[in-house]
Design a protein around this ligand. Structure first.
Ligand code: ZN
Length: 486
């Protein structure tokens, strides 16, 4: 036993160091001080989704007034619907860096972080890091490439084109504007700033991903070039910055080369590009914590380029960043029920997984309604909230929109608040295919407990992906806080 423990400790130690769990002190301490400075320099709103084109223009005008000479409006693109797309220049150093955010209109976290970054650069005359960024780099920033999409809180632009699949055809004015700016200023580095599906885990054993990183390849063979090596170093540095603040929540983005995507094309065109995807971090003030993490990632990694410390970062640590793990995290898992699955079949043991979709759709059409997403042995899947329902009987119940009180009322009128199993099963089976617990089922799942006499009493239910009823307590990081992505 002791030997096994010692071996386990050794494995942990080795894995820990191999995975870069102990980042160099300078990055960690710099991250801590940036994290602490953020509340003082922050100008972004509480809700990044509330920042639309109009609010962006007001915020930029305010920053220009507050810090005269810092921000030059160099170009203005024009969106499909005629909104002006500001492109800003800051600093006067030899190394050009192009950062663009919100090419997907419903992915706004980094836009807020960029505003905070602008204010940090202007409000920190005594901070050597901020001053080095301004003296060694020239930053080109497009804080909201897709204002028409932002206005509608949708991924695509007003043409309904995904700008991030338009790098070759350049059918969108927004894509043409980004390409023209890149060709004009020929930056060494690109930062492609997005939000991803919040229900991903950092590897099989990691937590909910808060930040995912990708050194964006420039060809199908994923050839390592001096440029992609630099963005691997940049990704490793961002991880060193963010991991101590968000342990187990940093991952590597899981996508190969996509020729028509902008990040890949930027790298191919000679601007080595780092993709930063913001995920989720369920709990109070989720959106603001994610903006804060983005701010640390941006300010800290730009500092590393500016002060030359990026060159000391080991690109070899890049593949050790855990990959995005899809289909391993969901909103709620109810475990160990006896399930009345429907179709007049006898009850059987099962776990149930529910998903409450996020506020944006990602790159494929997704369910917009909360629903049951999986049934069976779900030991591989983790819930942001979990309920051990051992001893409970679960019953699918098609239900019109309503709350727990309305649901209880309708069950009461049918004599189903306290009942026996035969009567309950008959009521379920009478509803046919409408009451089958299968992926996509969007009705309620009722949870009953039997007493010694065999009487079933309703204890709670899962309604629109949430546990309701008060008698049952879920555990996990999603408990007691909105699991909504916003
Ligand atoms: Zn995106």
């Amino acid at each position: 036993m002791r030997r096994a423990l010692a071996f386990a400790a050794l494995v942990l130690l080795l894995c820990g160091s191999a995975a870069g769990a102990a980042p160099p002190a300078p990055a960690a301490s710099q991250a801590r001080s940036l994290w602490e400075v953020w509340p003082r320099v922050r100008v972004s709103p509480a809700d990044p989704w509330a920042l639309k084109h109009r609010e962006l223009r007001v915020a930029l005008a305010t920053l220009q007034q507050r810090h005269p000479g810092l921000i030059t409006l160099v170009e203005e693109g024009v969106s499909s619907e005629g909104r002006k797309i500001p492109a800003l220049r800051l600093g006067h150093g030899p190394t050009g860096v192009l950062l663009w955010s919100q090419m997907h209109g419903d992915e706004p976290t980094a836009t807020s972080a960029l505003l905070d970054l602008l204010n940090w650069l202007g409000a920190s005359p005594a901070d050597p890091a901020a001053q080095q960024v301004l003296s060694k780099l020239t930053l080109w920033i497009i804080p909201m490439l897709n204002p028409d999409g932002a206005e509608r809180t949708q991924r695509r632009n007003a043409q309904e084109v995904d700008i991030n699949r338009d790098a070759l055809r350049l059918a969108s004015p927004e894509g043409r504007f980004l390409k023209a700016l890149r060709d004009q200023v020929q930056p060494v580095f690109g930062y492609n700033l997005h939000n991803q599906n919040p229900n991903l885990r950092a590897g099989l054993t990691g937590d909910q991903v808060a930040i995912a990183l990708l050194s964006v390849p420039g060809d199908e063979a994923l050839t390592e070039t001096p440029g992609t090596r630099r963005t691997k170093q940049l990704a490793v540095r961002v991880r060193e910055l963010v991991e101590p603040l968000a342990p187990g929540r940093v991952s590597r983005y899981d996508m190969d080369y996509t020729a028509r995507a902008f990040g890949d094309s930027m790298t191919r065109w000679g601007t080595s590009t780092l993709l930063i995807e913001t995920g989720g971090w369920v709990g109070a003030e989720e959106a603001q914590r994610l903006v804060r993490l983005n701010f640390v990632a941006l300010a800290g990694s730009l500092t590393a380029i500016a002060d030359g410390s990026l060159e000391t970062v080991r690109a070899e640590a890049y593949p050790q960043i855990p990959l995005n793990e899809r289909d391993a995290l969901t909103t709620l898992v109810v475990r160990n029920v006896r399930l009345v699955g429907g179709r007049a079949l006898p009850p059987f043991p099962a776990d149930l997984a529910f998903l409450v979709p996020g506020a944006f759709s990602g790159d494929s059409p997704r369910r917009r309604e909360p629903s049951l997403i999986e049934v069976g042995d779900l030991t591989h899947l983790r819930g942001l909230a979990e309920l051990d329902a051992t001893g409970l009987l679960a019953v699918p119940w098609p239900t019109p929109p309503g709350d727990w009180a309305a649901l209880r009322e309708s069950l009461s009128s049918r004599g189903l608040l306290a009942t026996d199993e035969a009567k309950l099963l008959a009521a379920v089976h009478a509803q046919g295919e409408a009451a089958v617990a299968r992926p996509g089922f969007a009705g309620a799942v009722l949870l009953y407990r039997a007493d010694r006499a065999g009487t079933l009493t309703l204890e709670g239910a899962v309604l629109r992906g949430r546990l309701v009823g008060g008698k049952l307590a879920a555990t996990g990081q999603g408990v007691g806080s909105p699991t909504d992505w916003r």
